[in-house]
Design a protein around this ligand. Sequence first.
Ligand SMILES: NC(=O)c1ccc[n+]([C@@H]2O[C@H](COP(=O)([O-])OP(=O)(O)OC[C@H]3O[C@@H](n4cnc5c(N)ncnc54)[C@H](O)[C@@H]3O)[C@@H](O)[C@H]2O)c1
Length: 259
Amino acid sequence: MEINGLSAIVTGGASGLGEATARCLAAAGAKVTIFDMNADRGPAIAADIAGHFEKVDVVSAANVSAALEASAARHGEARILVNCAGIAIGEKTVGRDNIPHDLDRFRKLIEVNLIGTFNVIRLATARMAALEPLATTERGVVINTASVAAIEGQVGQVAYAASKGGIVGMTLPIARDLAGLGIRVCTIAPGLFLTPMMQGLPEEVQTSLGASVPFPSVPFPSRLGNPDEYASLARHICENAMLNGEIIRLDGAIRMAPR
Ligand SMILES: NC(=O)c1ccc[n+]([C@@H]2O[C@H](COP(=O)([O-])OP(=O)(O)OC[C@H]3O[C@@H](n4cnc5c(N)ncnc54)[C@H](O)[C@@H]3O)[C@@H](O)[C@H]2O)c1
């Protein structure tokens, strides 16, 4: 679909991959609403891109429904939804002194990353379904964010990998459910990207993670992904009507080692 003039929602748009996507879609002419819990950064980014910010916890049906209503009133019904909201923790199945993984922390990861993503999809696409199709016969497009950890989760990533594996697994059935409504669904599985989530790690860890990416390589230094590279793929998925039901790795050919 042609992005210019369309209404778009980006969850997690107050930081990192979501922020880059919000900026990229706005630059392509979309009217962007950021759904994020971070009310410190979100409004300033929205103002910068002539967009709109809604304070939203993606897990809450009431929050998401109210924010969809507000965004529709402001920008028209969204035809583009990019799900970037997410959190990460590290904890082993059995930790030091044989202490089992905390079950509430496991539940929390599944709740935010998997159920939160599905919650926004189900509510946003129910509204897209009522729109007139575009000239391309599409009504809308949804882009989710998994991770290469869905396939190569490392030591301590059991909860995160399970949440992202759920996003990978639901991509095709949702695409099949929504195909008759003219709504496409794809998932990007990023490798290692330099975002605030990653910047929280010590610098030597960031450098060593960057060095583990096979491409780019000699004569260029290996490096972490740039959030703009994620945003540019999200934009392409919006524009290419044949992309549907697919998981796209964006990772410079990295295959994560056990640790
Ligand atoms: N950075 C990477 O290397 C990388 C790699 C693979 C996958 N990912 C995934 O990409 C997505 C974005 O990651 P990022 O690196 O940009 O992280 P980030 O921490 O920079 O941004 C995440 C955003 O999500 C928001 N958020 C968290 N929980 C929320 C909730 N319940 N409701 C609404 N908003 C919420 C945060 O406030 C934040 O603004 C995440 O799903 C992450 O798991 C990131």
